[in-house]
Design a protein around this ligand. Sequence first.
Ligand SMILES: [Zn+2]
Length: 285
Amino acid sequence: MDSDKIQILGLFCPLCGGDTELIWKDNLIARRCKKCGVIFCPSSKETTSIYDESYFERWYIKSRFKRKRYIRKLIEKIGKAWPLQPGNLLDIGCGVGIFLEIMKENGWKISGTEVSPYACRYCEKKEFDVVCCQLEEAGFLSSYFDLITAFDVIAHLYKPQNYLREIYRILKKDGLLIIKTPHHPAFLFRFANIFRFTRKSKSLLHIPAQIFHFAPCSIKKFLSMNGFDILSTIRVNDIPAFFISFSLKSMFIFLEQLFLRIISGSDSLIVIARKKFPIKEEIKV
Ligand SMILES: [Zn+2]
């Protein structure tokens, strides 16, 4: 059976091959790997069509100054956990380039990948070096980047392991990878099960947009299985949704954020990892 069919059935973990158990059920399901702990939604598919002009206008462009302030604080937190020296940076899923802009001001040589044609055109106007495609299609040079970042990307990918393989290839020896992803531990799903009659548990769990759900332990395992040493894990909270766009929807998202903070301790995780060198299978690259 090919790996796509195995992932859709969800009987085995798409990341490590371990046995899985049903952990949450609505009209969709989520399964948890008994070996690495990752939680995934077997029938969810990667979607890029929502990332259009109105999405970026509403959630990023109108609030770019607030976003910049928030990202500067994140960079400060990361710098305290692991000092960063400017070099070649790639931001995967760079959106309209707010993070890239700050890192350029900080002396980094910036590049980005982005699947939204609208966001790519926006970055082009700023003369940022952004490629409009999936990471594997960008064809970057091997061992080129000092730092690769992926903020709120990895959980939305159908095959995040393919991304990690490519990240490993294009990072320099001792290069750093910084991933930010929602913090969704197993007990959040068990809790959501109790409230599924409200029909709101899906949106609390970001399903179906989010395919993979990580907690500190599972994200660390996933990175170390793919050739990375974990340097630091930081728990952070996202910028409050109503602070970005004031509407009923954003108030509802904010309540979800608050709930997640109470249940999980923080709504997001940042992991700083370093490329292990060498690992056998990568010597041929
Ligand atoms: Zn697993």
